[in-house]
Design a protein around this ligand. Structure first.
Ligand code: SF4
Length: 652
């Protein structure tokens, strides 16, 4: 199928045999699963052996998929999905999402997804230049950090013309929390997708495309894009994202976290103010393809130990775990550590949580210099933090223990030291799926609900209720692009109050479908209702219809979002997840916050269960989270129902 919007081809690469095949994209498949996340889920579902529990087996499936609208000028449409059938850190299906230029290049090269199976006999990289697709020897690149690898690749291909995904030593060493780095500074973070690249001996994918993407109704498409641009440009947040990205959240989060969720009253959050970043470090803004918001920033350190160092990025999700969670408040040091984790190919949240956990154990006397090889892990010791991050990526010293993740490290420490395991694990802040939670969200109910359901660390791009909370009435919901009946329903509920649990399932049902649609079309959430911007599902439907020539409504997209959620749930059930995994550990419930602005706030387990079961009901699942055959049939997922029925995981 070669039509407008989609490229028309799925690329299949078997690293074991070196076979490279092109498979035509089927029209029905494209319409049902859209692209990006939806394509990755279905392609992996069809190829995955759910009985295989080794994520490093050659059988594990890796998928890289641009959104259906990537490569066009649809605002913010440059997002890429990187997914694995079995994530080493989750133990289930996982997809992650990154910006940059890779998604668009892949579409211009004429591919809607790459499905990678097998295991290369030695390190290779995949080079794609339109029809030329080849596996090249990467033995000379193995062991190199991301930037050095990038530099060496310049000599092999005219790399500046290519978009690239590269793993660092962390991915090669199959480290928990490793990821490929996209165009040096963007990352589909968390879930250890980098470790699957490493296990497959796949050092990098580089792609260059010259084909473009045909648009069905160009004038209509341009008008739809322009309307989004005008609406978003009129919002105060537009300027804020452009100037500040998410760095302004750092100070705000001071009420929720530092030193790994221990609320320290006098932590100097003012050292990490956005004003300070802009005055001392910012050197320019930066955008993904088709983005006019440019939320990312280049920076340079102009004095001190790291003087002359340059980089990019440093979102709140990087600064908080590498800084305050470890007790570090020096901005230049945190930017230096940001470069380090990018270069090692290590997710900043996972790395920060690992170091913060070790520091917490140290503080409690559960970890000593005898365990760490002499490394003293006091709160705020940035040099110790840097050393430990390096050890993790290179699997050296105590880092080799943490490279398996904090829970595995707790088990190993308990065994070595004869400690009670529960004492160690009780200091790890995570949900039941062992996804670390880099803040104490007990006061904020929608946020807490989302974090309990996370499959990645603080995965606001996969599950969240941000768009629903904090708004006050129907007009405001409509203003940010919530469709009319949904806005009316929300305005009549308790959704707007983040401190109250009631009705959060309603918010979550719509929001999660919205997120799946955006992740499948390749649209950055920061343009949309999710971020209180004004690109809603109705605008997205207009863009999609004009680009593809297939007229859809927001309800059609909402249903597609639900279909993608059904498929994800089916895969997690097949991987062994159950209702009990959709919670926080017991200690998180009915235990009030003991100090700070939200002192006394708690999460009620009964209220939580009510909203969880309401969410299941809205999805057509039974009270244990199992889909029904009827609902799956309605969603066009009879094959999924059959697979669940065969292992008795379909609701009766
Ligand atoms: S808003 Fe930021 S993350 Fe989103 S597309 Fe633009 S630069 Fe990329």
């Amino acid at each position: 199928m070669r039509s407008c919007g989609w490229a028309g081809t799925i690329l299949r690469v078997d690293l074991s045999s070196g076979a490279i095949e092109r498979q035509p994209l089927e029209a029905g498949f494209a319409r049902a699963f859209l692209g990006g996340q939806g394509f990755a889920e279905k392609l992996i579902f069809d190829a995955c052996d759910f009985s295989e529990r080794d994520p490093f087996s050659a059988k594990n499936v890796l998928c890289v998929a641009p959104g259906a609208l990537s490569g066009t000028l649809t605002p913010g449409s440059g997002r890429l999905t990187v997914a694995v059938g079995l994530s080493p850190s989750l133990g289930g299906y996982l997809d992650a999402n990154a910006g940059g230029g890779f998604a668009s290049e892949l579409k211009w090269a004429n591919y809607d997804a790459i499905v990678i199976t097998g295991q290369a006999p030695h390190p290779v990289y995949l080079r794609i230049a339109d029809d030329q697709v080849e596996l090249r020897d990467a033995r000379q690149l193995w062991g190199k950090r991301v930037r050095e690898c990038d530099h060496l690749l310049q000599h092999e291909v005219a790399l500046t013309q290519y978009a690239r995904l590269i793993i660092g030593p962390a991915g090669e060493n199959r480290v928990h929390g490793s990821m490929p780095t996209c165009d040096l500074f963007r990352a589909p973070s968390a879930g250890s997708t980098g470790a699957v690249f490493g296990a497959k001996n796949l050092k990098a994918i580089v792609v260059k495309g010259t084909r473009g993407v045909p648009v069905a109704r160009p004038a209509e498409a341009f008008a739809a894009f322009r309307a989004v641009y005008e609406k978003n440009r009129a919002e105060a947040r537009f300027k804020r994202f452009g100037e500040q990205g998410t760095k302004w959240l750092v100070e705000l989060s001071g009420t929720l976290t530092c030193q790994y969720n221990m609320q320290v009253r006098d932590f100097p959050y003012e050292h990490l103010s956005i004003e300070r970043f802009r005055k001392e470090f910012a050197s320019g803004s930066k955008a993904c393809h088709a983005c006019f918001q440019h939320c990312d920033h280049h920076w340079q350190i102009n004095s001190g130990d790291f003087s002359g160092e340059q980089g990019s990025g440093g979102e709140a999700g990087t600064i908080i775990p590498l800084g305050p969670m470890c007790g570090v408040s020096d901005y230049a040091t945190i930017l230096h550590l940001t470069n380090l984790v990018n270069d090692l190919g290590l997710d900043s949240i996972t790395a920060g949580c690992a170091v913060a956990t070790a520091m917490h154990w140290w503080q409690e006397g559960l970890l000593t210099a005898a365990d760490t090889g002499g490394l003293r892990l006091e709160w705020g010791d940035a040099q110790a933090e840097e050393q430990l991050i390096l050890q993790i990526a290179e699997r050296r010293g105590f880092g080799a223990v943490l490279a398996e993740g904090t829970f595995a490290a707790a088990g190993e420490l308990a065994r070595r030291r004869g400690l009670e395991l529960a004492r160690l694990t009780s200091l790890i802040r995570s949900n039941k799926k062992r996804r670390e939670v880099p803040a104490d969200f007990r006061p904020l109910k929608g946020m807490a609900f989302s974090r309990a359901l996370d499959i990645r660390e603080c995965d606001v791009l996969n599950t969240d209720t941000l768009m629903a909370e904090g708004n006050v009435d129907y007009e405001r919901y409509r203003h940010i692009g919530v469709p009319e009946p949904v806005a009316r329903q929300w305005a009549d509920s308790y959704i707007c109050n983040p401190m109250v649990f009631d009705d959060k399932s309603l918010a979550k049902f719509y929001s999660d479908n919205h997120l799946s649609v955006c992740n499948s079309l390749g649209i950055c959430q920061r343009f949309t209702t999710w971020a209180q911007m004004r690109m809603g599902l109705e605008d997205i439907a207009r863009c999609f219809s004009a680009v593809t020539g297939i007229d859809v409504t927001w309800e059609d997209l909402h249903q597609a979002g639900d279909r993608i959620r059904q498929l994800e749930q089916a895969m997690q059930l097949l991987h062994g997840f159950r209702k009990a995994d959709d919670y926080f550990p017991d200690a998180y419930y009915n235990s009030p916050v003991t100090q700070g602005r939200f002192e006394g706030a708690e999460l009620d387990r009964g209220e939580y269960t009510t909203e969880l079961e309401n969410l299941y009901r809205l999805r057509g699942w039974d009270k244990d989270g199992r889909p029904t055959a009827a609902h799956l049939h309605q969603a066009g997922l009879d094959d999924v129902a059959a697979k669940l029925r065969a292992v008795e995981l379909l609701a009766p």
